[in-house]
Design a binder for this molecule. Sequence first.
Ligand code: ADP
Ligand code: ADP
Ligand code: MG
Length: 647
Amino acid sequence: MFSSVLIANRGEIACRIARTAKRLGLRTVAVYSSADKDAPHVHACDEAHLIGPAPASESYLSIERILEVAKRTGADCIHPGYGFLSERSEFAQACADAGIVFVGPPPSAIQAMGLKDRAKALMEQAGVPVVPGFHGEMQDPKFLKSKAYEIGYPVLIKAVAGGGGKGMRRVDKHVEFDAALEGATREASRSFGDARVLIEKYVTAPRHVEIQVFADQYGNVIHLGERDCSLQRRHQKVIEEAPAPGMTREIRAAMGKAAVEAARAVGYVGAGTVEFIADGSTGLRPDGFWFMEMNTRLQVEHPVTEMITGIDLVAWQFRIASGEKLPLSQDDVKLDGHAVEARLYAEDPERNFLPAIGPLVALEFPAMDGVRIDAGVVAGGTVTPFYDPMLAKLIAHAPTRDKALDLLHTALTRTRIAGVRSNLAFLAALSVASEFRAGHFDTGFIDRHLAALGAVPQGIDAGAAAAGVTALLAQPAQQCDASPWDATDGFQLGGPREVALPVSVDGERLVAQISYGQDAEIRVEHTLAADDARAFLADGTAYVLRAGRQTVVRIADVAAMGAVDHAGGGAVMAPMHGRVLSVLVATGDVVHKGQRLAVIEAMKMEHTLTAPFDGTVGEIAVEADKQVQDGAVIMTIAPQELNEGKA
Ligand code: ADP
Ligand code: ADP
Ligand code: MG
């Protein structure tokens, strides 16, 4: 076994790897960017080294800097986690060249599976069923369109170099093909520097079922069963479970065999995942699944497999990388009960899952039997725009699927996050959604049930708003900039006093009606049932949690409000820190309410900014490719009536 490891990652996975490494007696070395100085993974390791500024390209993706630290600290091996450098064969090669063990497969296996078209061709040769479609060299748009027609709609266009659901477009009709192809290739070349695509038959009622494989350096390959990851949004997993609902011994044996063959075909070593798509319209079948891709690394959702097998997958990765044999044979692998994982993200389901950044004013997880929390953040920390917005994973294990989902639901309802917005309430709703509970679901489930899952604008929670105002007013006056006691000299002492106080609730300006008497008891109108709300205060802001939702309340600064009204009336601002992809209008253009003005990429997603009202474009403060800060003015729009007045 090794005596030390450098963990080339951050967040929950770096913490999780450190936990096992320490248990195995390894000295742990963390690396971090300047944005992560106080991040939990820095404290989780025996030592930590700064490798560069916040952008991943200059820190967590810098092979040079990471290897420099590894050499300097004498690390025996490097664990890449997932994401970042985990699937870069040149990194695995550079480690080998530096005489440091890469905890992962050989560079050749990463490369063989790195491009989806090559991987599919290889799998076909190895006799593994692949999704029908075209994965050849020819990239002429006309030719690709004719291929799509031959395959038959709906089809899926995929970037051959894709990952994380990017560069992917579903096409339902022949007339929509050209536009979809353009979108997919543009996104692919921007995200992966490779515009090439493949075309696949879009499987009806798709279920994502993947097999965890493990191989040692001596040609032994086994699988640890499947995970069902069909609850997805934008082709990204949200809730994963094992075993897959409807899985039988026979189907598992067939999928397991195909996955093991896939691993053998590329000389695989270590932990890997073979992802299959299954046709869910007829239920799982031994001949109804097709290879999509192989992820040549540890997967985000690996804990569900750990919980039902009792195996520490990271420990196995270390043992195999250090030259040990697989500790179990296929027949020794036993599955016990059911496990389910939910990915907690900093995002706002009510605003189309817009990634969120900001302070973690409060963060509390429950301690419960059968519940595992893998977190990468702590209360008092900040979610920055630089990395993946996943905060933590909650994993529940119980004898049955129903009990595991109940346990997950309880754990979610006992979790508190204040400050940055999260998908907590959405996950709680998802974990009790009746059709999902009945096993009737596919990858389109979430999109079909957004409203029922609360992922639509909900409007203001007046009770929570009132609780927030009450909490803010109850603070000592010096902490509260706009105390109504100062602002209302005219009121008589003695009798009940009434104040109309301007407040901001979730960014909307409202007026709170406040009455308070001699005993300093404060009553805010609308206090209906707000006693189930809990307020966390920070920086003059109340973050009120109620029924899993957060309401953000501030006492408005009246002077500033006027200024915003005036100048901000026509200012289009960046919703978050990001990069301008394109500016779609020019100064002097007449635009209509809702018209697209610019596209910003932030946290791996595109956000379109639209005109707030009819008007004329004034000054444009940005250009394509420029970075913008959260709240920065992108352009101004002069409202229609002002123009008319001038003319
Ligand atoms: P899984 O979530 O099943 O492990 P994914 O391919 O969706 O597999 O990605 C795993 C992690 O790797 C993601 O959570 C993300 O952090 C990172 N990742 C994947 N693709 C990208 C990408 N294109 N850009 C940045 N990070 C990515
Ligand atoms: P990525 O590298 O981004 O993870 P995948 O090929 O694994 O790309 O596909 C991501 C997701 O897209 C899958 O989990 C599945 O939900 C969906 N998907 C992929 N291929 C198909 C297909 N042929 N038919 C239907 N859905 C698909
Ligand atoms: Mg995938």
